[in-house]
Ligand binder design. Structure first.
Ligand code: KG4
Ligand code: ZN
Length: 335
C-alpha cells in the first residue's frame, strides 16, 4: 500500500511516498531555513507564503521520484496538528483538494505521532509498545506508545521545549538559527563541566521537565561575564548547556522506563539528532538492558516520510478525514 505524505507544519514543505509504512520510495523537502535565518527564527507569515509557492512542485517531485502517479496512491496522509496555523493550512487544503479531485482517501496525521513513526522507517524491527522521548522545537514529551495509534503522555515540559531551549542558548552565544544544530556542532569541542547548571525539578511529577531556568542561567552567565570584562567561550557554555538539558532528558526517560516497565525506548523529534543525547541515552540503555531506537539523522527533523509512515497505520486503524478537516495549532498527541 502506497501512502503520499504531506507536511507543512513549520518551515519545511515536504512530500514523500512510503510503501506499507516502512519503505521510503521518495522523500522531498523544500527547506526555508535560509530565509528565516536573517530574522533569527521562523516568521509564520513568510512560512505560509513559501509553502504555498512550493507545495505543488514538492508533491509532483515526490510522485515522480517514487516512479508513480496519483493512480498508484492508496491514501493521502497530511499533518493537520500541531504547528503554525497558517503553515498547516497550506498542506491541509492542498491535501483536501487532491483528495476531492481524485477520490483518494484522506488521513489526518498528528505531527508528533509522525516524529515517532520516523523510527518505523529507520528500523524495521521497531513495533509498539515502547516508551518514546519526543523532543522537538515545540514539544518535549515522554510518551507511552501502547500501539501504533494509542498514546499516553507520561511526562512533558512545563515551560520551554528542549529544542526551543537549545535555540535560545545558541542565540545567547551568538550562533545563527537553527540554533540547536549549530550549538551541537561547536559544543563537540567544548568543556561540558566548565559551567554547573542547576537541575530543575518539577515538584509534583518526576517525569516532567522545566527548561526555562536553564536558559535564564545561560543568559545571566554571559551578562555577568561581560560586565566583568570576561569572555565566555561559546564552546564551553554550549557543551555545559547541552549536558544540562540532555542529562535531564535522559534521567527522566530512564526513570519513566523503569516505572512503566518498558524494555524499549524510542527517540524522536529534531532534538533526537543531538549527538550527546544519542550517546548518553545509548550508554544508559546499555547499562539497564534496554533496547534503544533512534531515527537516522535525515529523519529526525521535519519530513513527510514520517507522516506517510504514521498515515499508513492510521489508515489501517480506520482513520479518515472528510472535507471538513481543519488545521489545529495545538492538539495533544493522545486525543
Ligand atoms: O522536530 P523539529 O525538526 O521541528 C519541530 O517539530 O519543532 O525540531 C526542531 C528543533 C529545533 O529547536 C532545533 O534547534 C532542534 O530541533 N535541533 C537540535 C539538533 N538538530 C535540531 N537540537 C540539538 N542538537 C541538534 N543536533
Ligand atoms: Zn517536528
Amino acid at each position: 500500500m502506497k501512502i503520499l505524505g504531506i507536511e507543512s507544519s513549520c518551515d519545511e514543505t515536504a512530500a514523500a511516498v512510503v510503501e506499507d509504512g516502512r519503505v521510503v520510495l521518495s522523500n522531498v523537502i523544500a527547506s526555508q531555513v535560509e530565509e528565516h535565518k536573517i530574522y533569527g527564527g521562523v516568521v509564520p507569515e513568510i512560512a505560509s507564503r513559501r509553502h504555498t509557492e512550493a507545495i505543488c512542485g514538492v508533491v509532483e517531485k515526490a510522485l515522480s521520484d517514487a516512479g508513480c502517479t496519483l493512480k498508484d496512491i492508496d491514501a493521502i496522509a497530511v499533518t493537520y496538528a500541531p504547528g503554525l496555523i497558517g503553515a498547516l493550512l497550506v498542506g491541509v487544503n492542498y491535501a483536501k483538494g487532491l483528495s476531492l479531485s481524485t477520490g483518494i482517501p484522506l488521513v489526518p496525521v498528528h505531527h508528533l505521532r509522525g516524529h515517532i513513526a520516523a523510527n518505523y522507517i529507520s528500523d524495521k524491527d521497531v513495533k509498539p509498545p515502547f516508551l518514546s522521548l519526543v523532543v522537538s522545537g515545540g514539544h518535549s514529551h515522554i510518551i507511552n506508545v501502547k500501539s501504533y495509534t494509542e498514546f499516553e503522555v507520561v511526562g512533558r515540559t512545563r515551560d520551554d521545549a528542549a529544542g526551543e531551549a537549545m535555540d535560545k542558548a545558541a542565540r545567547t552565544v551568538g550562533l545563527p538559527y537553527p540554533g540547536g544544530v549549530n550549538l551541537d556542532k561547536i559544543s563537540v569541542n567544548g568543556d561540558e563541566n566548565k559551567y554547573k547548571f542547576p537541575k530543575p525539578k518539577v515538584a509534583d511529577s518526576p517525569y516532567d521537565f522545566s527548561f526555562s531556568g536553564l536558559k535564564t542561567f545561560a543568559v545571566n552567565l554571559v551578562h555577568n561575564a561581560s560586565q566583568k570584562g570576561e569572555v565566555v567561550k561559546a564552546e564551553d557554555l554550549g557543551a555545559s548547556f547541552i549536558k544540562a538539558v540532555t542529562d535531564l532528558l535522559c534521567s527522566h526517560t530512564m526513570l519513566a522506563a523503569r516505572d512503566v516497565g518498558s524494555k524499549e525506548i524510542v527517540l524522536a523529534g529534531g532534538v533526537s539528532a543531538n549527538s550527546r543525547l544519542r550517546r548518553v541515552m545509548l550508554e544508559e540503555c546499555n547499562k539497564e538492558g534496554i533496547k534503544l531506537y533512534m531515527p537516522e539523522l535525515k529523519y529526525c527533523g521535519d519530513n513527510a516520510a514520517m507522516i506517510a509512515s504514521q498515515g499508513y497505520y492510521e489508515f489501517l486503524a480506520g482513520k479518515r478525514a472528510d472535507m471538513s478537516l481543519n488545521a489545529v495549532a495545538s492538539k495533544a498527541i493522545d486525543k
